[in-house]
Every structure is written in structure tokens, then in C-alpha cells.
Design a protein around this ligand. Sequence first.
Ligand code: NAD
Ligand code: UDP
Ligand code: UDP
Length: 338
Amino acid sequence: DSSSGSSGFFSKRTFPGRVPAGIGRKSLRIVVTGGAGFVGSHLVDKLISRGDEVTVIDNFFTGRKENLVHLFGNPRFELIRHDVVEPILLEVDQIYHLACPASPVHYKYNPTNVMGTLNMLGLAKRVGARFLLTSTSEVYGDPLEHPQKETYWGNVNPIGERSCYDEGKRTAETLTMDYHRGADAEVRIARIFNTYGPRMCLDDGRVVSNFVAQVIRKQPMTVYGDGKQTRSFQYVSDLVDGLVALMEGEHVGPFNLGNPGEFTMLELAEVVKETIDSSATIEFKPNTADDPHKRKPDISKAKELLNWEPRISLREGLPLMVNDFRNRILNGDEGKGL
Ligand code: NAD
Ligand code: UDP
Ligand code: UDP
């Protein structure tokens, strides 16, 4: 029962003089690593709006100050430029650990998943904070089970081009469970499926951002391979609700957080075309190595134990990101870090 569980958690951690955060609980001190990124900045908005104190740790590898600029000057918000690969000392109640080079063009370069996760777990252990890891559906690799349940161990190529990300996140899950079992750290693990929405990086090569940006720029949508591979696309606010429900519930996980609606890339291109410009075209390009053929979350566990399920379909969610993309493209902001 997450409601009674979380009130117990909050009541252990009240601080004199703290701003009340709504009826029945005090505000928490929350760290969001990667909080200047796409998902992180939406999560920070939600935490700030419910009255918590949020410290973002970000090195701006792919994140942007613009995603947080509306919070500058808010006394409950703090931004630290820091690489989580280096240790850091803070006093906090909860850590949402999102920092990660998360897209194909970026994730090859960086030991963040291992060293960054270790440092944040060390911090959680030292101060007794609750730690949430944002893992990924990529831990299932090119899955041989469909849809994927949390009990599936995955089919990952350990030496392939994507393996830095897949295996990095698998290692991060292992470290998280080791700290849980060995150091009694309070942990949560989310396995996030493909997510889209405003503030997505424009240039990081993910399919939704590529298609939307291409159609706005009047370029053809680049469909890799035959376009028959599938993905399941979740709108960012649904994910943020799921992350908060997971953090505040009593279950470690892992939990799949994704929208079970499954689309081929050709179907996605069709929805983008219907949404933005009926004259949009596609062009085929060679696919990348080890591309998973299909992916769709089984979310029964999150429905049952977190009382969570996504509410926004692809057709409802896509229009919600178009204005943001149009403005950024018009302003010549290609979405790179500052
Ligand atoms: P993003 O690239 O927008 O955000 C990642 C953030 O982490 C950026 O702000 C970046 O600057 C920061 N960062 C990277 N390395 C860092 C380091 N060493 N130290 C400090 N900050 C660092 O990506 P996102 O889509 O918002 O992803 C957030 C998390 O969710 C990631 O852990 C990602 O693996 C996970 N995830 C996302 C998706 C998705 O579809 N968006 C799917 C599965 C998992
Ligand atoms: N760490 C950190 N902040 C803290 C506590 C630990 O960054 O407040 C880092 C620490 O530098 C180490 C990692 O987290 O690299 C793991 O810490 P832990 O105490 O678990 O391991 P140990 O230092 O004993 O190897
Ligand atoms: N993809 C595509 N065109 C693009 C970018 C990606 O057809 O411009 C395909 C890619 O080959 C993959 C799917 O879209 O099959 C999802 O790719 P993405 O990188 O967004 O996410 P992931 O592979 O991590 O699920």
C-alpha cells in the first residue's frame, strides 16, 4: 500500500523550519541527476510544483539550461554543474538518478552508468536516502520474449555497438541491487521504454525527435531498415507520474514504465505525417547494428503494485511536442548542450 508506506517514509524525515509541501507532509530534499535533460527537467517541474526542494546535478553533456531556466530564482531549486563520475557530498532524502548519455550518438563515450551510479549509491548509503535508478527497456536487448515482462533476462550482445548502453544499465541495475542487499540501501528500479515529448534533444538521433524535426524542416523522414521493427512510445508526463509513484511506493522493482501501444516505424511515420504535415515523405536508410526487432512492455506489474498506467496515446501526445520543436527549430536551437 503505497499511501500508508510513503507517509511513514515522509514522517521519518521531517525537518524543522522546512516549507510544508501540501497537506500532511513536509517537503523533501530531492536530488535529480540528469535533471537538465528531457525526462529530468519534466520530473523536476513536478517535484517543485508539489513543494519539494530540488537539487539538479548535471554536466550538460546532452542537457540544457533552457530546460530549467524557468526555475532559476526559485528558492527551492538549485542547479550544480557536476559530472556524477566524480564523488559529491550532499544531504538529501531522495535521489532520482537519471544522468546518462542516453541516445545512440552520445552513449558510446562515457562511463556514467557504472561510476555515476556507484557514486550516487554511495551517497544514498551514507545519508540514508532513497535511490531510484532509471534503467531502460534496452536491458532486454533484441528480445526473444514478446511483450517483455520484468522477469525476462534479455538478449544482449555484450560486445556490440549498443552494448555500452545496454550493459552499462544492466551493470547499474546490478550495483543497485547489491547496495540494496549488501548495504541496506532503499532502492527503486524503473525500466523505461521509448519516451517522447517537449524538450527532447533535437539532434540525438531518436526516432520520434528525428521524424518530428524532419517534417517541420520539410525533409523526408528517415526510416531505417524496412521500417517494420516496432517500438512502444510513451508520453513524458506518463513516465514522470510512474517514476514518482515508484519512488513513493514500497516496491523495489524492477518495473517496466512504458506505453503498451506498439507501432512499426512506418506506422509512426504515418502518425507524424497526419499530425504535422500531410505532404510529408519518407526515405529508407540502412539500419544500425543490433537493432531490436520489436519491443513492447508488459506493464501488469506496475498496474497492480504502483496503481500506474499511461493515459496519453501516441496520437494525443505527438501534437503536444510539435510547438516546442517548431519554436526551437525556428530559433536555430539545435538542442546541443550549452
Ligand atoms: P537526456 O540526454 O535528455 O538526459 C540525460 C541527462 O543526463 C542530460 O541532462 C545530461 O547532460 C546528463 N548527464 C549525462 N552524463 C552525465 C554525467 N556524467 N554527469 C552529470 N550529468 C550527466 O536523456 P533522457 O531521455 O532525459 O533520459 C533520462 C534517463 O532516462 C536516462 O538515464 C535514460 O537512460 C533513461 N531512459 C530514457 C528513455 C527515453 O526514451 N527518453 C528510455 C529509456 C531510459
Ligand atoms: N560517494 C559519494 N558521495 C557520498 C558518499 C560516497 O560520491 O556522499 C562515492 C564514493 O566516493 C565512492 C562511491 O560513492 O566512490 C561508493 O561509496 P561507498 O561508500 O559505497 O564505497 P567505498 O567508498 O567504501 O568504496
Ligand atoms: N529509427 C528510424 N529512423 C530514425 C531513427 C531511428 O527508423 O531516424 C529506428 C531505429 O532503427 C529503431 C527505432 O527507430 O528501430 C527506434 O530507435 P531509437 O533510437 O529512437 O530508440 P531505440 O532503438 O533505443 O529503441
